[in-house]
Design a protein around this ligand. Structure first.
Ligand code: ASP
Length: 319
């Protein structure tokens, strides 16, 4: 009888399986009801859904978290609605400079790029830097030469330009005393069936940034971080303040040193950046699949799907 019960328990456990899932964001900012037409709102939600599905399909088949976050982020890089890849914001000089990073929570390996002007998928380049070079971060021309040597697709800088990105810059310039503005940066954190976490972030950066400016997204431990022992994090918001408060690693460190959960740690770290002057948001997940998606802006494009059947696609404060 006892053997039979043990067998039943083991079978139930196997059926429940190891938890896995993915959480993504498409940027924090003035995402409020009434700002978008119903068509644009639908397009944003579908864009999030598509990115989520791209990542989740990989996890479901038993693929690695790294592949899932890369696929989800690439899907949003290819979507002109988001500020990553095509659709990236314009710099003050009217050009596009892209930043991206990826990190493997199992090995703490990471790859990142900044100031990219011609590589179609900056997240793909970040991954290759992680896997094929002894380096973590590469910038500008050297990074692009490496991309070329690896056969990555290079495009003219104008490839990233969209009417929306041009209009956003024009609108900003019309406003008196315009402040740099956060835009729809994209990111993902995934947990795979083997219990490994990975994170990825990709962005055109702050609208109207000075050429040469680097934000938080490609800085490991700031906009992007993953450690199987704690959590994976991808941030969005006013990068300068996130850099000064080292948000992503701060979340991981709080979990490790204070033993607090991912949700509490994420809120505490985000509050530090916001109090210093830089609102924003982030998505994070721990190695058990607990997800958090806090933000201190009016809204944030965000979505998650977990193997327990739960999931959501949201953009406003409450939906
Ligand atoms: N965090 C990004 C940056 O500062 C911008 C954003 O998330 O909207 O480059």
């Amino acid at each position: 009888m006892r053997v039979f019960l043990a067998f039943l328990l083991a079978a139930a456990f196997a059926a429940a399986g190891t938890p896995f899932g993915i959480v993504i964001h498409g940027g924090a900012g003035t995402v409020v009801p009434g700002r978008f037409t119903p068509e644009v709102e639908k397009a944003y939600r579908e864009g999030l859904e598509k990115a989520l599905a791209a990542g989740y399909a990989i996890l479901e088949k038993g693929g690695p978290a790294l592949d899932a976050v890369e696929a989800a982020v690439r899907s949003m890089e290819e979507n002109p609605l988001f500020n990553a890849g095509v659709g990236a914001t314009l710099t003050r000089a009217g050009t596009h400079e892209l930043d991206a990073a990826i990190m493997d929570g199992a090995t703490l390996k990471a790859g990142s790029v900044a100031g990219i002007q011609h590589v179609k998928s900056p997240i793909g380049l970040a991954r290759l830097i992680m896997e094929k070079t002894p380096h973590v971060m590469m910038i500008g021309e050297g990074a692009e030469a490496f991309a070329r040597s690896q056969g990555l697709e290079l495009v003219p800088n104008t490839f990233f330009r969209t009417p929306k990105a041009v209009a956003d810059l024009e609108k900003l310039r019309e406003r008196e005393k315009a402040k740099p503005t956060t835009k729809d940066t994209v990111g993902a954190v995934a947990l795979d069936r083997n219990g490994h976490l990975a994170s990825a972030t990709s962005t055109g950066g702050m609208l109207d940034k000075l050429p040469g400016r680097v934000g938080d997204a490609p800085l490991i431990g700031v906009g992007t971080y993953a450690d199987d022992r704690t959590c994976g994090v991808s941030c969005t918001g006013w990068g300068e303040f996130f850099i000064r408060t080292v948000v992503a690693y701060d979340i991981s460190a709080q979990m490790a040193y204070l033993g607090i959960d991912v949700d509490k740690a994420a809120h505490a770290s985000l509050d530090k950046a916001t109090k210093l002057g830089g609102p924003g948001g982030l998505v994070a997940m721990d190695a058990k699949g607990h997800v958090t998606m806090p933000f201190t802006t009016p809204g944030m494009f965000r979505a998650f799907r977990l193997s327990d059947g739960t999931g959501a696609v949201r953009m406003y404060a409450d939906n």
